[in-house]
Ligand binder design. Structure first.
Ligand code: ARG
Length: 458
C-alpha cells in the first residue's frame, strides 16, 4: 500500500527527495513509546466519553500491546513512506486491528499529538538529568569534604589572589549545579502540561475530557489555549537554555581540570581511564574527557540558538518548521546525560596533589590582603594600608622571597604598627581561618556548607 494517510486530496505523489526531505521518522521514532502512551490515554478517554465503543478501545489496547512488543524487539518496520512516528504507528495498528485503528485519530491531530509526545519524552529526560545532577553534586561533596583544609591559590585574572581551600573551590561548582537543578525542576513545571485535545489548532467538536487525559498521563494541568498548545516550543527552549548553562558550568570546571593537570601546574591527576595517549608522543596523557566536555558545550549552545531561531518567525499556529525541533532537543538531552554520567565517574578519580597546591601559594604574595587587613584593624585607613603593603610586596619581590619571609625589622620600616603577631596573619592557615563567615573559605565554613548541601540533597 503506497498511499499516504493524507494522499486522497492529491493528484500526484511526492518525489523521493520531497519524501525524504519532509519525513521525520528516522529521528522521531525514538518517541514511539510516548506516542503509544498518549494514544492509549486518548483512546481510553474517547471510549469513556462514548465517542468510540469499548470494543474499539479493547482492540486498540490489544493492537498497541503487540506493536509495542514489535518495536521493543526491533522487529517494527519503520517506513519513510509513512513520514513520521505517528503515521507509522497508526498504519501498523490499523493493519493489526482494522477499523478501530482508523477511529483512534478521532478528535485529535498530529499537531497536538506530537506536542504531547515531546513533552512526555522531555519530562523523562528532565527526571533523568535531575537524578544525575544529584549524583554529580554528591561526587563533588565527597571530594570537597576530603579537601576542606587543602590550601590552594585562589585566582583572579589567573594571577594568585588569596588562599582558598580546594574544598571551597569545588563547592563553588556544587552551588552552580544546585542552581542548574533548580532551573531544570522549574522548566519541568511548564513542560508538564497537556496539549492533547487542542486538535489541529482550534479544539474539537467531540465531547472530549482533557482533564482525564492529563491525569492518565501524569500531567499537572492542561494547556489553556489550543493555538498556543500546538505551536509553541518555549518549553523545549527553556530546557535547552538550562542545558546550556549547565554545560557552561561543566565547561569551566573542565577548563580548570585541564589546566590543573598540565605538568606546568600539576595540581591534580586524572585517572587514566578518562585520558588518552598520543599515537606519536609516547609520554602523553591527555585529558580528553574534560576537553570534549568543553567542546560539546558548543553544540549544546548551538542547539539553543537553533530552537530560538526556529521559533522567531512562525505565525500561529502549527507550522512544519516545528518538526526541526526534535534533533537539537534530543541531541541536547543526550549530550547532557552522557556528560553528567561521565563527570560523576571522573570526580572520584581525581588525585589531589596538595603539595603542589601549597607550593603555588608561596609564590604571588597570596596573603598581601591579610597584611592590609591587619593594619586596618590597627587603625590604618584601608587605602593607606594598601599602599604600605604594596611597598612591602615590592621589597619582597626584589629580594625574591614571600611576605612572611621578610624580617620584622624590615616590615616595621613600612609601618611601625606591625608587630610579631603579623606572622600568624601572613600564614596560609591564618588567612584561611580568618575568612570565617557564611560563604567564606575557612575550613569550618566549608564543612558547614558541605553539611547544608548534603541535607538539601537528602
Ligand atoms: N512530524 C510532525 C512534527 O514533527 C508531526 C506533526 C505534523 N503535522 C502536520 N500538520 N504536518 O512536527
Amino acid at each position: 500500500d503506497n498511499s499516504k494517510a493524507w494522499s486522497g486530496r492529491f493528484s500526484e505523489p511526492v518525489s523521493d527527495l520531497v519524501m525524504r526531505y519532509t519525513a521525520s521518522v528516522f529521528f522521531d521514532q525514538r518517541m514511539a513509546m510516548q506516542d503509544i502512551r498518549g494514544s492509549l490515554a486518548h483512546a481510553a478517554m474517547l471510549a469513556r466519553q462514548g465517542i468510540i465503543s469499548t470494543q474499539d478501545l479493547a482492540d486498540i489496547e490489544r493492537g498497541m500491546a503487540q506493536l509495542r512488543d514489535e518495536i521493543e524487539r526491533g522487529e517494527f518496520q519503520w517506513s519513510l513512506q509513512d513520514e513520521d512516528v505517528h503515521l507509522n504507528i497508526e498504519k501498523r495498528l490499523t493493519a493489526l486491528i482494522g477499523d478501530a485503528g482508523k477511529r483512534l485519530h478521532t478528535g485529535r491531530s498530529r499537531n497536538d499529538q506530537v506536542a504531547t509526545d515531546i513533552r512526555l519524552w522531555l519530562r523523562d529526560a528532565i527526571d533523568q538529568i535531575l537524578a544525575l545532577l544529584g549524583h554529580f553534586q554528591r561526587a563533588l561533596l565527597d571530594l570537597a569534604e576530603a579537601n576542606a583544609d587543602t590550601p590552594l591559590p585562589g585566582f583572579t585574572h589567573l594571577q594568585v589572589a588569596q588562599p582558598v581551600t580546594f574544598g571551597h573551590h569545588l563547592m563553588a561548582y556544587c552551588e552552580m549545579a544546585r542552581r542548574d537543578a533548580e532551573r531544570f525542576a522549574d522548566c519541568r513545571k511548564r513542560v508538564n502540561r497537556l496539549p492533547l485535545g487542542s486538535a489541529a489548532l482550534a479544539g474539537t467538536s467531540y465531547p472530549i475530557d482533557r482533564e482525564f487525559v492529563a491525569r492518565e498521563l501524569g500531567f499537572d494541568e492542561v494547556c489553556e489555549n489550543s493555538l498556543d498548545a500546538v505551536s509553541d516550543r518555549d518549553f523545549a527552549i527553556e530546557f535547552c537554555a538550562a542545558s546550556s548553562l549547565l554545560m557552561v558550568h561543566l565547561s569551566r570546571l573542565s577548563e580548570e581540570l585541564i589546566l590543573w593537570m598540565s605538568p606546568r601546574v600539576g595540581f591534580i591527576d586524572l585517572a587514566d581511564r578518562f585520558c588518552t595517549g598520543s599515537s606519536i608522543m609516547p609520554q602523553k596523557k591527555n585529558p580528553d574527557v574534560p576537553e570534549l566536555v568543553r567542546g560539546k558545550t558548543g553544540r549544546v549552545n548551538g542547539s539553543l540558538i537553533t530552537l530560538l531561531t526556529l521559533m522567531k518567525g512562525q505565525p500561529l499556529a502549527y507550522n512544519k518548521d516545528n518538526q526541526e525541533d526534535k534533533e537539537p532537543l534530543f541531541d541536547t538531552a543526550d549530550t547532557v546525560i552522557d556528560t553528567l554520567r561521565i563527570y560523576t565517574d571522573m570526580i572520584p578519580g581525581i588525585r589531589v596533589k596538595a603539595d603542589a597546591m601549597r607550593d603555588a601559594l608561596s609564590q604571588g604574595f597570596a596573603t598581601a590582603t591579610d597584611l592590609a587587613d591587619y593594619l586596618v584593624k590597627k587603625g590604618v585607613p584601608f587605602r593607606d594600608a594598601h599602599e604600605v603593603v604594596a611597598r612591602a610586596v615590592r621589597a619582597a619581590e626584589t629580594r625574591g622571597c614571600d611576605l612572611p619571609d621578610l624580617p620584622l625589622a624590615d616590615l616595621r620600616a613600612f609601618s611601625e604598627l606591625i608587630d610579631e603577631d603579623v606572622y600568624q596573619v601572613l600564614t596560609v592557615e591564618g588567612a584561611l581561618g580568618s575568612r570565617d563567615h557564611i560563604g567564606g573559605t575557612a575550613p569550618a565554613q566549608v564543612r558547614a556548607a558541605i553539611g547544608r548541601a548534603r541535607k538539601r540533597l537528602g
